[in-house]
Write a protein that binds this ligand. Structure first.
Ligand SMILES: Cc1cc2nc3c(=O)[nH]c(=O)nc-3n(C[C@H](O)[C@H](O)[C@H](O)COP(=O)(O)OP(=O)(O)OC[C@H]3O[C@@H](n4cnc5c(N)ncnc54)[C@H](O)[C@@H]3O)c2cc1C
Length: 433
């Protein structure tokens, strides 16, 4: 046994005995950290604490797109608040465990960069991983997805938000929204917290355009949506420290048919169905359950009706929209009861995302980013992937921060200003890559 292994074992036993023996638990190591104490006065209040925030940009949903939107807005100097109803940032990338974002490259070159790429590469570097070689066109599209450590990703996302001056509010979601002379009043709720947010701009990054729905603006949804998936690992530990080495660190998945992210009841049903299926598998296969994600991953829900819609023809032909703000790349990829048969794009095609597809039709001061982008179902099946969502998030963060600064609405911000801001934050502008 090597010396450091001996030390680890000693620490492990010591902590087990001292810290958790009574509870019958074992904890490998413990470090102390403290958070700044709140004034005693407010802690004594039994009722929910009422807070008011006056911000430029409110991002609702701290998932794949929302995290990047908030960091971009914060770095552009906008006072930014991000609300996330779960306990961490990253959304489907972290909470659902889809920790293999793609695709940042197409046909031998990088097409999406900027803040999402920075977060992904920092994560890979800190994890001593390796990045795919984008100069090489892979035989199968998924070979150039970047495998990240989902735990580190959540930590780095939070750190980057804090460094950008973004205020993070977990366990909270909007309950009521009304227009004000300068933007919006959004009343939010969390346990023990009632928060009134006055903001100039909202970016709805909830995945299902929930804020857009609350405002009564139209949304699109298929009668039958793609299945969700519950991710887990049997027999081998989930080894997030090695996800970049071929073949290791990947989780198993069970389709959850009918999974619907619309509300707490449908998400509860999806999670319980997914967990029941995992439990059945453990019993049937007689294997140990080593890892289970806390939430089902949802592939499809509502899309907005935007100022323009990306059709599958726009998508597969790589249409360069005149107001394109980010690139996208992935096969058309619809999962059904019998599985998925991705339809790769034709050589040279790189789809783009127009600003108007991020703006609900006839609205002011609200945008979306992520999988709820205005698109038909087939186009959406490709647009929904993580690198594309990150690109949209950065574009929405840039447009919203400029709109807030100039007291206007995102559609009226000159496109050249949005491109300039995006370029100064290392994003790749469509048509210029
Ligand atoms: C099983 C599965 C496999 C996939 N495979 C791939 C793949 O191989 N490669 C790839 O790149 N992509 C893949 N995708 C697609 C991709 O991961 C998602 O489409 C993408 O991450 C969606 O990003 P988003 O920002 O739109 O939403 P999300 O990342 O889901 O973020 C939405 C966030 O909003 C929060 N939220 C929702 N409502 C509220 C509210 N009312 N108030 C506050 N917060 C709220 C949620 O908690 C969540 O954190 C896969 C998806 C699934 C489910």
């Amino acid at each position: 046994m090597k010396e450091n292994q001996r030390t680890d074992r000693r620490d492990f036993l010591q902590h087990s005995i001292l810290g958790a023996a009574g509870a019958g638990l074992t904890i490998a190591s413990t470090t102390n950290v403290s958070i700044a104490a709140e004034p005693v006065e407010s802690q004594k209040q039994a009722a929910a604490v009422e807070i008011t925030n006056d911000v430029d940009v409110l991002v609702v949903g701290g998932g794949t797109a929302g995290t990047i939107a908030a960091i971009q807005a914060g770095r552009a100097g906008a006072k930014t608040l991000i609300l996330e109803r779960n306990s961490q940032l990253g959304g489907t990338t972290t909470t659902a465990g889809v920790s293999f974002p793609g695709l940042f490259d197409a046909w031998g070159k990088q097409i999406i960069a900027g803040i999402g790429w920075e977060l992904v590469t920092d994560c890979v570097e800190l994890d001593s991983g390796t990045l795919p070689n984008f100069a090489k066109v892979p035989q199968r599209h998924w070979q150039n997805q970047v495998r990240v450590n989902q735990f580190l990703y959540a930590l780095l996302a939070e750190e980057k938000c804090e460094q950008a001056g973004v205020q993070v509010a977990y366990y909270e979601f909007p309950q009521a929204i009304s227009k004000t002379a300068t933007g919006w009043q959004v009343d939010c709720v969390g346990f023990g917290t009632q928060r009134r947010v006055l903001c100039k701009q909202i970016i709805d990054c909830t995945g299902g355009a929930e804020v857009v729905g609350m405002l009564g603006l139209p949304r699109l949804r298929e009668e039958e949506t793609q299945p969700g998936s519950m991710l887990f690992k049997l027999d081998q530990p989930n080894n997030p420290g090695r996800p970049n080495r071929a073949g290791s660190g990947l989780l198993d998945a069970i389709y959850v048919h009918g999974a619907d992210s619309s509300n707490s009841r449908t998400v509860t049903a999806a999670n319980m169905t997914g967990r029941r299926a995992v439990l059945n598998k453990v019993r049937k296969d007689k294997k140990r359950l080593m890892h289970l994600q806390p939430e089902t991953g949802f592939r499809e829900s509502y899309r907005i009706v935007g100022e323009t819609m990306i059709s599958v023809n726009d998508y597969t032909s790589g249409r360069l929209f005149d107001d394109a703000v980010s690139n996208a790349f992935y096969p058309v990829d619809i999962h059904t009861k019998t599985g998925v048969k991705p339809k790769p794009l034709k050589p040279g095609m790189v789809p783009t995302v127009p600003l108007r597809a991020l703006i609900p039709k006839s609205s002011r001061n609200i945008m979306v980013a992520g999988r709820s982008v205005c698109s038909d179902r087939l186009a959406n099946s490709g647009l929904r992937v993580q690198a594309s969502c990150m690109g949209m998030g950065q574009a929405a963060g840039a447009a919203a921060s400029l709109a807030a600064k100039n007291d206007t609405t995102p559609l009226e911000v000159p496109l050249a200003d949005i491109h300039k801001l995006l370029e100064s934050h290392d994003a790749i502008i469509p048509g210029k890559a």
